[in-house]
Design a protein around this ligand. Structure first.
Ligand code: ZN
Length: 305
């Protein structure tokens, strides 16, 4: 994805400052010809356009089989779209939830297959983790992922470069609710609301307390005049825009049908010996959730405000 490489972005904010400083220092070790191909530090989204009252809600580690539905219900009721950084093995467990995310206008992004700490792993293992998550999403939805967030936001040059090679833009955050552990819903809300600014990328998780805090977070940010955007929309509205193909427009039924046909052919040709092996899940239309009905591409929809 050439547009990713010619990219981008942004200054550091909040806790991002420390890692950015470390990152700049580590760049000094890059071989010179690699330094000329792209600027590593410039290929990570840390926050959106600070001149726009836009917020990106991002949910990591899902789909959580317990909380994904109530989160999607709230987002649908509030007519707000978000970006879900999913874990591949969770996708395999609940592919229908990932299809629902896309069908309801949310973006689905890559958060590795098994959520390991990527720093210290070799490039081929990192590549496997990212690619396997992308494959899980593709098998569930027929769609590809183009946005990536490393687990724990731990990364080095190898992690970012490997993600770039696979066509991903890496997405940081600059407001965290610290809701990966049990935390009072009021504190989750105040952690977000106390730090949200134009262009904020907010990190949330699928904790039940987050579900309780979410309506208040959304309503208060709306009342302050913010609109909610998917990460790809935020990237496209930077001072120097970065265009990433979004997967937020519903599952790719044609791709699913093709995969399903290939899988059934494969099973037929393998015969009884491997007949029970299932390389792709069957994708009956009946299994797809009904879209919620609100506009999927709501970028200019006043109802978003
Ligand atoms: Zn995570």
């Amino acid at each position: 994805m050439a547009s990713n490489r010619s990219a981008i972005l942004l200054g550091a904010a909040f806790g991002a400052g420390a890692f950015a400083a470390g990152f700049l220092l580590s760049r000094g070790t890059l071989p010179s010809q690699e330094r000329t191909t792209y600027a590593l530090r410039d290929d990570i989204l840390i926050h959106g356009n600070k001149d726009l009252k836009e917020i990106a809600l991002t949910f990591d580690d899902g789909p959580n089989p317990v909380t994904a539905r109530p989160i999607l219900d709230i987002l649908g009721r509030e007519r707000v779209n978000a970006t879900f950084f999913v874990v591949g093995k969770m996708v395999e467990r609940s592919p229908g939830l990932v299809r629902r995310m896309m069908n309801e206008g949310h973006e689905v992004a890559n958060h590795t297959y098994s959520h390991p700490q990527l720093t210290g792993m070799d490039a081929s293992a990192i590549r496997m983790e990212i690619a396997r998550c992308g494959k899980a999403v593709h098998e569930a939805t027929g769609a590809h992922t183009n946005l990536f967030r490393p687990p724990g936001m731990r990364y080095d040059e190898i992690v970012i470069r490997t993600a770039q090679d696979l066509g991903y833009v890496t997405v940081h955050w600059n407001v965290a609710a610290q809701d990966f552990k049990p935390r009072d819903p009021a504190r989750i809300a105040s952690a977000v609301l106390g730090n949200a600014q134009p262009g904020s990328v907010i990190l949330l998780h699928g904790h039940p307390n987050t579900v309780q805090a979410l309506p208040a977070i959304i309503r208060e940010l709306k009342s302050r005049g913010y609109r909610f955007v998917r990460v790809s929309q935020m990237l496209g509205r930077l001072p120097r825009p970065v265009y990433v193909k979004s997967n937020a427009f519903g599952v790719d039924r044609d791709a699913l049908a093709r995969m399903s046909a290939r899988a059934s052919q494969g099973i037929a040709s393998r015969g009884d010996r491997n007949g029970s092996r299932r390389s792709v899940r069957p994708m009956a239309d009946a299994a797809l959730p009904t879209p919620s009905g609100f506009r999927k591409d709501g970028l200019d929809d006043p109802a978003w405000y």
